[in-house]
Design a binder for this molecule. Structure first.
Ligand code: UD1
Ligand code: CA
Length: 469
């Protein structure tokens, strides 16, 4: 396979092969799951890396999996090819495990699965630099104030890169170098394959280091270069604290993107928007909102303060206050909250009002209806312009099964009504307050299902006389 890279027109990088190392244990995460599937802004770290790679047009991505391989595969599925490293003997060994899947010539982009902050732009620049410089190896490097733990980039007097020395193998003098290896590279495949034969585990950690390939390729007269970028993008995640730090940077990137698209975010520090969320212009997000999954919010909405919205669609001109919305669809000009809980599979059409302390589950509320206070609607179809009185409830569960309530258009449900499902209320019907409805109500009827009131005159006085009060 011929690898063609364009230098200027970076949009199309035909035949680019990428190798992502993700077989390690990630011990410092102290997790039963592999490190690379831990999420940053709702998306597994390795998926961020694969997304960045796909954006630059890499049509072949190979991921080296090992520790809990199945869980990594469950995330990436058929998007990539897999190589398997049964025992983790080092980054060089990981590449050896994928050798057969690499073509014989061209260049390979090598990345790790624990650097979610890397962007496609930087990867493009790295590749273009590699091509332009006619390098055999280009290392993505960075200069860190505290380089502890990282491999150091060793240069000769003229500034040419000669090798990488791991922190644990470095001399005191080498340790004082601040330019570090990000563990991302572009390498000439033919030279890399030759170098892999010569990598040994004769070092402080007894591992086969991929970093040793640099010096070996240089000895084969290969040209080595380093492309230096600011540290933010290359920061790896090895612990929960670093996961949080990556999350903070990513969250800021996401929030800024929305702001650039015309969304007002009053306090980005307390606004948590998932990677795939879409928000229309002139929508205002007030503090304390968590908006997750494949949520889509229209224009001119006011969301918050303090809402959680997951996998839901919200139309234009809505307001949602102190509420939770899960896997539901909301039309235009809908008001929700404060303190409403919209549970999965709910459809709320336009111009509906859902007020305080209302729970709606797996129901349809048609246009113009109002559910203003203290109501439970479950497994129901509520027609247009219905008023659900305060405290009205669909009694959908008999302890074993769930039943459906169907309410027609223009129905007025009085306060504190129980609608015992299965039950149907015809169009234009009225239900008297306090009724427990167990039978269907015909169109246009008034249903009263409660005993008539009796007043016992003078009852209190009687009791006092008898000395009982
Ligand atoms: C590596 C680099 C170091 C660099 C640092 C940047 C080597 C020898 N060192 O060190 O120069 O500064 O990254 O973060 O490459 N992996 C496998 N199989 C293995 C070992 C590791 O797939 O047998 C994967 C891990 O899952 C991880 C990546 O390779 O995604 C890096 O491994 P890690 O052990 O974190 O390398 P570092 O010691 O950080
Ligand atoms: Ca690492």
């Amino acid at each position: 396979m011929r690898i063609k890279f364009s230098i200027e027109g970076v949009e199309k990088l035909e035949g680019l092969v990428t190798l992502i190392l993700a077989a390690g244990l990630g011990k410092r995460m102290k997790s039963k799951h592999p490190k690379v599937i831990h999420k940053v802004c709702g998306k597994p770290m390795i998926e961020w890396v694969v997304d960045a790679v796909e954006k630059i047009g890499s049509n072949e991505v190979i991921v080296v999996v090992g520790h809990k391989a199945e869980e990594v595969k469950e995330v990436l599925k058929e998007r990539v090819k897999y190589a398997y490293q049964e025992v983790q003997l080092g980054t060089g060994h990981a590449v050896m495990m994928a050798e057969d899947l690499l073509p014989e010539e061209g260049n390979v982009l090598i990345l790790t699965g624990d650097t979610p902050l890397i962007t496609s732009n930087t990867l493009k620049e790295l590749i273009n630099f590699h091509i332009k410089e006619h390098n055999s190896v280009t290392i993505l490097s960075s200069v860190l104030e505290d380089p502890t733990g990282y491999g150091r980039i060793i240069r000769d007097e003229s500034g040419n890169v000669i090798k990488i020395v791991e922190d644990k193998d470095a001399t005191e003098e080498e340790k004082s170098i601040h330019e570090i290896n990000s563990a991302m590279y572009v390498m000439d495949i033919a030279k890399l394959k030759k170098a892999l034969r010569r990598i040994t585990n004769n070092n402080a950690q007894g591992e086969y280091y991929l970093t040793d390939a640099v010096e070996i390729i240089r000895d084969m007269d290969g040209k080595i270069g380093a492309f230096t970028v600011p540290s933010e993008e290359i920061t790896g995640v090895n612990s929960r604290v670093q996961l949080f730090e990556a999350e903070k940077i990513m969250r800021k990137r996401i929030n800024y993107r929305h702001m650039e698209n015309g969304v007002t975010i009053v306090d980005p520090d307390t606004t948590y928007i998932g990677a795939e969320v879409e928000i229309g212009a002139d929508t205002v997000i007030l503090p304390g909102c968590v908006i997750e999954g494949k949520t889509k919010i229209g224009s001119d909405c006011e969301i918050g303060p303090n809402c959680r919205i997951v996998d839901s669609e919200i139309g234009d001109g809505c307001s949602v206050t102190y509420s939770v919305i899960l896997s539901s669809k909301i039309g235009n000009n809908v008001k929700i909250g404060p303190f409403a809980h919209i549970r999965p599979e709910t459809v709320i059409q336009s111009n509906v009002k859902i007020g305080d302390f209302v729970e709606i589950k797996k129901s349809i509320i048609d246009e113009g209806s109002k559910v203003p206070h203290l109501t439970y609607v479950g497994d129901a179809e509520v027609g247009k312009n219905v008023n659900m009185g305060c405290g009205s409830i669909t009694v959908n569960y008999d302890g074993k099964q769930k039943y459906k309530t169907v309410i027609g258009d223009n129905v007025f449900v009085g306060c504190n009504v129980n609608l015992v499902a299965p039950v149907k209320i015809g169009n234009n019907a009225y239900i008297a307050a306090g009724s427990t409805i167990t039978e269907n109500v015909p169109e246009g009827a008034l249903a009263i299902a409660r005993s008539r009131q009796t007043n016992k005159e003078g009852w209190v006085q009687e009791r006092i006389k008898k000395g009982r009060l």
